[in-house]
Design a protein around this ligand. Structure first.
Ligand code: AFP
Length: 297
């Protein structure tokens, strides 16, 4: 099934339009990465200096999302202030997650949270969330509160279409992988102890350094991803609005749990657009276990 058909049957008009805008722009971002990232010539045919790929992606998504008429505002990791518009849905996005991975050709991503309230807002105000992976395949993974669905970009005629790759995705019950960000010596001690125990239980450590790339393999294989609290950075690195809450929403729909070490990430009430939080996300049992270890410490 094609994306447009699926959205017509399964999504309200505003979320369908916003998702379609992301899908179209993601094709441009994917195709532009080698040109915009300075790996090829750094000037375009008009001789202008190319924008960094993250700024380029930001501008492309902002324009496409506001053009739908359904965004009330678009807030982005790349902008100080949200772009205002006239619709009903507040969009929070990380337009290019993992951009420092461009040179090593690791997967990259984009993350979008669709909120029913002006930002900053709690994850409980999400009405949908979506992430894109730019890897061996270009995929869209999203939920509008009724399961997690995935589409993959395929060549069709002269263009590209998104075709259904999975409906009602669920985290496998038996966890296989884990990936933790930051340097081990900077983690709070409970995290290091927990991490050691995962190896003993037969899970494999797999980490690529792009949040959605790492989360995506947890969704496929079961396990846990974390960017934990650090001794000198107790609030972690990942942004609540742009990264933690949207992926936590998808993870909950896939049957999992996401914690900030004390409680559900979706209950965080961010005070500012750029607030960060520790994040432990994946199979419920593993995430509850690390939460309990932290609360006992
Ligand atoms: P960049 O966008 O600067 O590459 O950062 C990516 C990121 O925010 C997130 O996607 C990763 O999970 C995390 O940083 C990796 O950080 P470490 O390099 O400290 O593990």
């Amino acid at each position: 099934m094609r994306l447009d058909e699926f959205l017509r049957l399964n999504a309200p008009e505003d979320l369908a339009a916003l998702t379609t805008a992301v899908a179209r722009s993601s094709v441009d971002v994917w195709g532009s990465i080698p040109f915009k990232a300075g790996l090829l010539n750094e000037t375009n045919p008009s001789g202008e200096t190319q924008k960094a790929i993250d700024v380029y992606s930001n501008d492309l998504f902002v324009e496409a999302l506001t053009a739908t008429g359904h965004a009330a505002e678009v807030a982005s990791e790349e902008m100080e202030e949200p772009a205002e518009s006239k619709g009903r849905i507040s969009v929070a996005m990380d337009p290019l997650d993992g951009s420092s991975n461009v040179e090593t050709n690791n997967p990259l991503g984009s993350i979008f949270g669709f909120y029913s309230q002006r930002l900053p807002a709690s994850g409980r105000r999400l009405v949908g969330a979506l992430y894109v992976t730019y890897g061996a395949m270009l995929t869209l993974t999203f939920s509008f509160g009724k399961g997690v669905h995935r589409f993959v970009a395929l060549r069709e005629g002269g263009g590209i279409s998104f075709q259904l790759k999975g409906v009602e995705l669920k985290l496998p019950e038996k966890p296989e992988v884990y990936g933790f960000g930051g340097a081990r010596k900077e983690w709070v001690p409970e995290v290091a102890h927990f991490w050691d125990s995962l190896d003993d239980r037969g899970l494999r450590n797999r980490y690529c350094g792009t949040f959605v790339g790492d989360y995506n393999q947890v969704l496929a294989r079961g396990g846990i991803f974390s960017y934990p609290a650090l001794v000198k950075r107790p609030k972690g690195k990942l942004r609540v609005l742009y990264e933690c809450a949207p992926v936590a929403y998808i993870n909950e729909q896939a049957g999992g749990y996401a914690s900030d070490g004390k409680g559900d990430v979706l209950d965080i009430e961010p005070g500012g657009l750029a607030d960060t939080s520790p994040l432990y996300i994946g199979n419920s049992a593993l995430v509850h276990e690390i939460e309990e270890r932290i609360s006992r410490s």
